[in-house]
Design a protein around this ligand. Structure first.
Ligand code: SF4
Length: 235
């Protein structure tokens, strides 16, 4: 699997380039709340909700005094307002009662698996959300798996899994060194531009030469040719 992920990463970097990584280290709690807001909506709406929320509070402590209905109306542009308001309120309350302060600093020394385990204890925080905190704030070499990444890796034939979480755990040991961010970001872009849920644009896709699914979709490259491609890997 390592060779396959290296090849995918290399082809995507050649095609899309190396995605820019924010050099700043954002506060993990900011990233976690931003990612909760981004669930099931687009970047524009989740960013707007996040900005609305930040403009109404001076620190995350203020959430404790805020009614859940008020929080819900502040973030409603991101959709699922009630659910997300409950998740955020529950998260802040738990951090305060368990750790005595509203911070995720306690994760600093945890390894990746432990950090995911701790974060997913919070209601409304799944593996994808937790792995985004690790990648974007803690700068860990992980590849968050959303529906795009899950769909692509299954179509290519790197994994055979039935959920994004299972895909995350299947590939986590094999992420090419320091390429978690580039792999995640470029796969996401591929999923939006080429590997669409319906009618993927296989004939134009930069991964067509190594993808098992494209064989069905295009009916041309043989499975043997694709296997040879990996075996002759010259990365
Ligand atoms: S070749 Fe087709 S199925 Fe395979 S990754 Fe590209 S778009 Fe998706």
């Amino acid at each position: 699997m390592k060779k396959e992920l290296e090849k995918i990463n290399s082809l995507l970097k050649n095609y899309f380039g190396i995605p820019k990584l924010n050099k700043r280290t954002p506060n993990p709690l900011d990233i976690l709340i931003g990612t909760i807001l981004s669930q099931n909506t687009n970047d524009k709406n989740s960013f707007k909700a996040y900005q609305n929320l930040k403009s109404k509070i001076s620190s995350w402590d203020d959430i404790l005094k805020m009614r859940t209905s008020t929080l819900e109306s502040i973030i409603k542009v991101a959709g699922l307002g009630k659910q997300k308001a409950n998740s955020i309120k529950n998260l802040i309350k738990n951090l305060k009662s368990v750790n005595g302060k509203i911070s995720l600093d306690f994760l600093k020394n945890a390894d990746d698996d432990k950090a995911i385990e701790e974060l997913t204890k919070f209601k409304g925080v799944g593996v994808k959300t937790a792995s985004c905190v690790l990648l974007f704030s803690m700068k860990r070499n992980v590849c968050p798996v959303d529906t795009h990444v899950h769909r692509i890796l299954n179509r290519i034939g790197v994994v055979k899994t039935n959920s994004p979480d299972k895909t995350y755990f299947a590939i986590k040991e094999f992420i090419p060194g320091n390429n978690g961010h580039s792999l995640h970001t470029n796969l996401l872009r591929l999923g939006r531009e080429f590997c669409l849920p319906k009618n993927p644009k296989c004939s134009l896709c930069p991964l067509e030469s190594i993808c098992h699914y494209s064989e069905k979709n295009l009916g041309k490259t043989t499975l043997k040719q694709k296997n040879d491609f990996f075996l002759l890997d010259k990365i």
